[in-house]
Design a protein around this ligand. Structure first.
Ligand SMILES: Nc1nc2c([nH]c(=O)n2[C@H]2C[C@H](O)[C@@H](COP(=O)(O)OP(=O)(O)OP(=O)(O)O)O2)c(=O)[nH]1
Length: 133
């Protein structure tokens, strides 16, 4: 079974968090789910390098990585994922969607209203409780 190393950006701007919605995915349980932007770490890259590259590719955004917020380990039916979520800052709310179907700057208190990828739920609940910004 595949074991994925994934990095994700919790991008904070003026007290809101950028949430992005996937389109169709080969695995139905990921189709149309909300997630934090990011992706797989490629060989030879650090997690931070991968995250900066992914956010540039997916959103045309330049992020500053602040700190590692949490690590979630989750078993999906078809693969295992280690998801490292970093708190990130930007100097503008502006972005362009190159991969996702929708994005929203969300008030932290409203995060639970979105339909998240299952692996993200522990990170979402930790954000709601700890409010690290
Ligand atoms: N970027 C990101 N991926 C997540 C999150 N939560 C979660 O389960 N994932 C999963 C979805 C994907 O299986 C994997 C990330 O890989 P990816 O972004 O390259 O997505 P993908 O599988 O569609 O890509 P690909 O193989 O088609 O190139 O991690 C999250 O918050 N952010």
């Amino acid at each position: 079974m595949k074991n994925l190393q994934v990095v994700a950006a919790i991008i904070i701007y003026q007290g809101k968090i950028l949430c992005v919605q996937r389109g169709r995915h080969e695995f139905d349980y990921l189709s149309d789910k909300f997630e934090f932007p990011g992706g797989k770490v490629e060989s030879g890259e650090t997690g931070e390098e991968a995250l900066i590259r992914e956010i540039k590719e997916e959103l045309s955004m330049d992020i500053r990585i602040d700190s590692l917020f949490c690590t979630v380990e989750h078993q999906y039916p078809d693969f295992f994922i280690e998801l490292n979520c970093f708190i990130c800052r930007v100097s503008s709310y502006r972005h362009t969607l190159h991969v996702h179907q929708q994005s929203a700057w969300m008030d932290p208190g409203l995060l639970a209203e979105l339909d998240w990828a299952e692996a993200d739920l522990p990170a979402v609940y930790q954000l709601i409780v700890e409010k690290p910004f």
